[in-house]
Design a protein around this ligand. Structure first.
Ligand code: HSE
Length: 312
């Protein structure tokens, strides 16, 4: 194979109560990576589109290529050479798993080009290194679902142990991205290191409730469990109008509403596409009343993860 073009989806990490342990993939937006074989060994970035020139062009500094270099190092493949074009289809610092989508698309495309020596689960070990480069922490709740699709639980980091759980078919996500930027590193820095026993108990109850609710298609339990007493209260201050937008979403019928990843995007889960659409408009209107423009993405939970768009 001399050429491949692959897509990897945006993701919603944390999903309210599951900081660093829950994440799911959506249908769109997502990043696209093109790899073209070249005769000389080594990986070079030839173009990045859609980042307004903000991402590093050096292969050893950009998460899309760092993860590919890790893979080649692991395979002790020092002969391989390719040119990389990255299409950034979502804003940086959006809370939609932008760096994870690039890293997942990168390792997925390279793996395909090499004849698939790794399973998607095995690709995770390389993809998390992209998160370390992008945000200083190798969290897997974006790269996990970006690579294997669906709703993913990170049961353990040491060793990495992730699995998918089934979700109701009628479950829709609304992602609303306000035109502001939050740096993931900063959004992690402001978090407290200690959690009170009272909050730990509430959070564990909600984590268990959300998993059971999703697996049993119990929408009321999903709704009662989409509560984050630890992270959301601290990070909400980074998002103007957070409480008003959340209120508008719940009034319109969303099952729950919280911060997508480290923010500033906010997400909801709803029963049915139509409700999810109305919820998005209500949220957008509330941001607009405060003079903040926003984009809405409505999608089912993407069960497939990355996909090949073209090969040759
Ligand atoms: N779990 C991570 C965080 C996701 O909330 O910092 C970042 O996208």
């Amino acid at each position: 194979m001399n050429y491949i073009k692959a897509f990897a989806p945006a993701t919603v990490a944390n999903v309210a109560c599951g900081f660093d342990i829950f994440g799911f993939a959506v249908d769109e937006p997502g990043d696209v990576v093109e790899l073209r074989r070249r005769d000389e060994p080594g990986i070079v970035i030839t173009d990045i589109l859609g980042d307004e020139g903000r991402l590093p062009r050096s292969a050893t500094q950009n998460s899309v290529t760092v993860v590919m270099l890790k893979m080649l190092e692991h395979l002790k493949n020092f002969e391989f050479g390719c040119e990389v074009v990255l299409h950034k289809n979502m804003p940086l610092g959006s809370g939609m798993g932008s760096s994870a989508a690039s890293a997942a698309a990168g390792v997925f495309a390279l793996n395909e080009m090499l004849g698939a020596p790794f399973t998607r689960q095995q690709l995770l070990q390389f993809a998390v290194e992209g998160e370390r480069i992008a945000s200083g922490s190798a969290h897997a709740d974006n790269v996990g679902p970006a690579l294997i699709g669906g709703f993913v639980v990170i049961r353990s980091y040491h060793p990495l142990d992730i699995f998918q759980i089934p979700v109701p078919r009628e479950l829709y996500c609304t992602l609303v991205h306000p035109d502001i930027e939050v740096n993931t590193k900063d959004a992690r820095y402001i978090l407290r290191n200690e959690v009170s026993l009272k909050n730990a108990i509430s959070q564990m109850g909600n984590v268990a409730g959300l998993i059971a609710g999703l697996m049993q298609e119990d929408y009321s339990l999903i709704s009662r469990s989409m509560v984050d007493v630890i992270i959301e209260p601290v990070r909400a201050i980074l998002i103007p109008e957070f409480n008003e937008v959340k209120h508008a979403a719940l009034e319109e019928g969303a099952l729950g509403c919280s911060i997508s990843g480290a923010g500033p995007s906010m997400f909801t889960l709803s029963k049915g596409k139509e409700t999810a659409g109305r919820v998005g408009l209500a949220m957008q209107q509330t941001f607009a009343q405060a003079g903040i423009e926003s984009q809405i993405h409505v999608s089912a939970i993407n069960q497939d993860g990355p996909r090949v768009l073209e090969r040759g």
